[in-house]
Write a new protein. Structure first.
Length: 381
């Protein structure tokens, strides 16, 4: 029997497991292939929904489902935390002592938030990168009387690269809807000398900010935050004060990747950008945030990569090689207000050119938010 083990039950891990099962349906049904997904909590979060919760566009309960309800019934869910991967012995060591052997391993372990890397971040900043903090930010905004809001990105890379743009534009609309925009300032900071990392997108987003009276501070690499003084200083020597700080914390790859000798200094796995195989490691595929590929750490990236990894896993199981190629496909909606959006669509060779924001694009995003569970997680389309 061939054993395929998937580490991580997020967008990438769930989707790739279901896609592998579909491609190897006969082998799975005949007992020739076993697919296992390892996830610490067994709860699947639709992370783009957290920002929607902040502005009452989605209810908190709409952002999570049991992982077992999303995986095909033939896939085994193992609720455990990974301690280490022994690539030489093709084993996964789980906390508690259990060992799992594999023939093929798929690393879809996502990214981990590390607010402690910026002194004062945890005490001073609101964030929306997990559900609990998204609800706290929602509540803070409901009672916000007006003042200075600073949006800060505390380091690169981070997941959902368009999210800082989105929260900035949505804040502008939100304050206007409450009638306190004239009593408020919005300041946007970013660690590089432009408001976004893609050259064809940054000028478009910057113009939207300027048109809406949003102040821009680039580059701004936050060094420390003083919760008592409500101020933050950057490596560039600048200081900003705030009444409300919305921050995107530093991100790193999963801790077990470093312990396993699989991660670089940021715990991202060096990965072939086309085959999505781990560099120098036989039988290991990588997708989603876990890779070191310099492309958006976004849900759509993981989804498109899952198609390629599933095809390559199926090919290897049947005695072939990883011939499918990931061409860098990414598709992200960008909320440019509470009821309008645009999108970016690109790959390695074709840069994005976002269309004019509209209600139609917003509506398409809203429909996808509802369809995600079947369309993407269950890989039914």
């Amino acid at each position: 029997m061939k054993r395929v083990v998937v580490l991580g039950g997020g967008i990438g891990g769930t989707t790739v497991a279901n896609r592998i099962r579909r491609l190897l349906a006969n082998e799975v049904a005949g007992g020739q292939v076993q697919i296992q997904v390892v996830d610490r909590e067994g709860i699947h979060a639709y992370q783009p929904g957290f920002l929607m919760v902040v502005f009452d566009k989605m209810r908190p309960e709409e952002t999570k489902q049991a992982e077992s309800h999303l995986l095909h019934r033939s896939i085994e869910l193992v609720k455990a935390e990974v301690e280490k991967v022994d690539a030489a012995q093709k084993k996964v060591l789980l906390k508690g002592g259990r060992e799992m052997t594999y023939d093929l391993l798929v690393i879809a372990s996502g990214s981990v938030l590390h607010p402690e890397l910026v002194p004062g971040f945890s005490e001073a900043a609101h964030t929306f990168y997990d559900l609990s903090n998204a609800e706290k930010l929602r509540d803070a905004l409901r009672s916000f009387p007006g003042g200075r809001i600073v949006v800060n990105v505390a380091g690169l890379p981070y997941k959902c690269p368009v999210a800082p743009l989105e929260v900035t534009f949505m804040l502008d609309d939100f304050l206007r809807s409450r009638g306190i925009r004239d009593k408020s300032e919005i300041h946007y900071t970013y660690p590089i000398p432009k408001v976004f990392g893609i050259d064809t997108v940054a000028p478009v987003m910057q113009k939207l900010m300027v048109d809406r009276g949003i102040s821009i501070h680039v580059p701004f690499n936050v060094q420390t935050i003083d919760p008592a003084k409500k101020s933050m200083t950057s490596l560039e020597g600048d200081t900003l004060t705030f009444d409300l700080l919305v921050g995107i914390p530093p991100h790193r790859g999963a801790d077990f990747l470093q312990a396993s000798g699989l991660g670089d200094k940021g715990n991202w796995v060096p990965t072939d950008r086309y085959a999505l195989t781990a560099d120098g490691k036989e039988g290991i595929f990588v997708l989603g945030d876990a890779t070191n590929i310099p492309i958006s750490k976004a849900g759509s990236t993981a989804d498109y990569e899952a198609e390629v990894v599933a095809q390559n896993v199926a090919s290897v199981v049947r005695g072939g090689g990883p011939t499918a190629r990931y061409e860098g496909r990414v598709y992200c909606w960008i909320m440019t207000g509470l009821t309008q959006a645009t999108y970016i669509k690109f790959d390695y060779l074709h840069p994005p050119h976002p269309p004019t924001p509209s209600f139609a694009h917003y509506w398409n995003k809203t429909i996808y938010n509802r369809a995600y569970w079947d369309m993407t997680a269950r890989a039914m389309f």
